[in-house]
Design a protein around this ligand. Structure first.
Ligand code: GTP
Ligand code: MG
Length: 208
């Protein structure tokens, strides 16, 4: 279901080296489309999906950008306001796994400190070409303190789970923030918060 009556909008970004499957993760999940011949992304693409979390309508705005090094300049705008990030590597290319730490430090430098991170080992359908074991993925996630999942943009494996986990986690943190702010630090008027739009509702709901 997708309508305009959502209570909260959250921005979630996809990061990771070029070719790990970010664009296909997004298109498979949102449109059930997988392209074997997809071209490297240039600039930023968006998609959105509405979630019902504990009876609340949450709209996730998903941002996908180029993993290629030469487009690095746009990153600060890309991370601005993001409440969640999927850090994606390709289980068939070890070098993309080795880049994970760099993506995490980029995010730490540019994004909100409370951002929810989820490590994704994509292309789980290509078992015969695997260069990174599931255990290595789990180990890395543990070391970095992140949740972890292997997915396939081709078969769709775990995509629903990954997005549900992300949105649930972001929502939970938002609620904790709102509770904390109400008690101790009232939200400053006009503070830029990921956005909220409550069409048809007289009062705008606070967001984190
Ligand atoms: P950039 O836009 O350059 O950053 O790359 P990207 O991360 O968006 O990668 P993209 O989604 O374009 O995928 C790159 C290639 O990997 C394409 O040929 C896809 O078909 C393929 N691919 C992506 N995900 C999967 C997957 O889960 N399984 C398989 N078998 N192939 C995949
Ligand atoms: Mg892409």
């Amino acid at each position: 279901m997708e309508d305009d009556s959502y209570e909260m909008m959250v921005k979630v970004v996809l990061v990771g080296d070029s070719g790990v499957g970010k664009t296909n993760i997004m298109s498979k999940y949102l449109k059930n489309e997988f392209r074997e011949d997809s071209k490297a992304t240039v600039g930023v693409e968006f998609g959105s999906k509405q979630f019902n979390i504990q009876g609340h309508q949450i709209k996730a705005q998903i941002w996908d950008t180029a993993g290629q090094e030469r487009y690095k300049a746009i990153t600060s705008a890309y991370y601005k306001g993001a409440k969640g990030a999927f850090i994606v590597y390709d289980i068939t290319r070890k070098n993309t796994f080795d880049s994970v730490n760099r993506w995490v430090s980029d995010i730490s430098a540019a994004a909100d400190k409370k951002i929810t991170l989820l490590l994704i080992g994509n292309k789980s359908d290509l078992e015969d070409q695997r260069q990174v074991t599931k255990e290595q993925g789990e180990e890395k996630a543990k070391e970095l303190g992140l949740a972890f999942m292997e997915t396939s943009a081709c078969s769709g494996e775990n995509l629903e789970k990954a997005f549900q986990l992300m949105i649930n986690e972001v929502y939970k943190k938002c609620q904790e923030d709102i509770a904390g702010e109400t008690e101790e630090n009232p939200v400053e008027p006009g503070r830029d918060i990921t956005l909220d739009k409550a069409k048809g509702k007289p009062e705008k709901k606070k967001c984190c």
